[in-house]
Design a protein around this ligand. Sequence first.
Ligand SMILES: Cc1cc2nc3c(=O)[nH]c(=O)nc-3n(C[C@H](O)[C@H](O)[C@H](O)COP(=O)(O)OP(=O)(O)OC[C@H]3O[C@@H](n4cnc5c(N)ncnc54)[C@H](O)[C@@H]3O)c2cc1C
Length: 338
Amino acid sequence: MGLKLYDLVAGPRLLHLSRYYSAQESVELFPTLARKGKDRTLKGTVVYYDGQMNDLRVNVGLACTAALAGAAVLNHAEVISFLKDEGKEFDGYAKVVVNVAGPFCDSVRKMADNDAKPMICPKSGVHIVLPDYYSPKGMGLIVPTTKDGCVVFMLPWLGRTVAGTMDSSTTITMLPEPNEDEIEFILDAICDYLNVKVRRVDVLSAWSGIRPLATDPRAKNTESISRDHVVCEDYPGLVTITGGKWTPYISMAEDAVDTAIKSGKLSPTNKCLTDNLCLIGGHGYDPASFTVLAQQYVRMKKSYSSKVMPGVMDAATAKHLSHAYGTLAERVAAIAQV
Ligand SMILES: Cc1cc2nc3c(=O)[nH]c(=O)nc-3n(C[C@H](O)[C@H](O)[C@H](O)COP(=O)(O)OP(=O)(O)OC[C@H]3O[C@@H](n4cnc5c(N)ncnc54)[C@H](O)[C@@H]3O)c2cc1C
């Protein structure tokens, strides 16, 4: 029922209709799926379709698109303090500062007001990478509630399988690392639903990230930690937006900008222009463009016998470049071509 509603809400953006599969159909579609678990038998599955994005590429794409639209972009630059006028008004280089330091946003808020109440309740999320043979091509597995009350998923990712689970409390550090218990926990949780043993030696890599779950410093009930985003101006001229997810980033940005406009009493010359803005590399993108890329790419390289031979681009590389860089893939390939 929920997934049918999901289809309905997607409207014209619906990828494919979700549907129910019997146990027999399910194991045909997903051969590593177990028919029997410890205390249960597989009755069937529901298949639904969702989008997948490469957060790294979207992030860089956003920064480049913003630069093209006139923003001054500076990466690898740490905010170390604010320029203030006698502690009351900002006398810096911007009328409003928007603090988007994620799990670190409290330390930035404290630069403005040392007594600022913490907003962040950091949760670590661990993901592991496994060989592609654990899940079929183009299909993943999500168990909304495991025996431990967690969400467990296994998804195809960049030619491998990525598996992960729910979050646990953590401390804020620039270099979070997964611990062995967390890796074992994921292996144990997915093994419960598969008919093959997922071995520790199959873990190709593992990483940990910090989710900035947030409380609203103005809320009466500070215990209420939300998975939604929180925007607040808890010091004049300093707007903090944190929490939330990647998925609603556009509406999060809109809320932050609206709050910044109010905070700085700014007078925007136009309405929001980014509603339908295409990110850099998205204009004229065609899913078949990887074919043209592979056709056009010829790199002269030396063979073992020292003969200069034309090198071609294999389909997997062409698809990867096209997915990662969109219409700019040709320019990336050109760098490798020289
Ligand atoms: C394991 C995991 C899985 C997730 N899966 C999903 C998912 O499937 N879907 C989804 O929608 N969301 C997902 N999320 C959530 C999503 O990744 C986060 O919501 C998002 O990264 C938070 O973005 P942010 O920009 O607020 O913070 P961050 O991405 O943490 O960025 C904050 C940035 O601020 C910088 N910074 C900190 N201090 C300073 C300073 N003093 N000066 C300058 N820069 C500073 C940091 O270096 C960092 O680059 C996941 C998160 C994790 C951890």
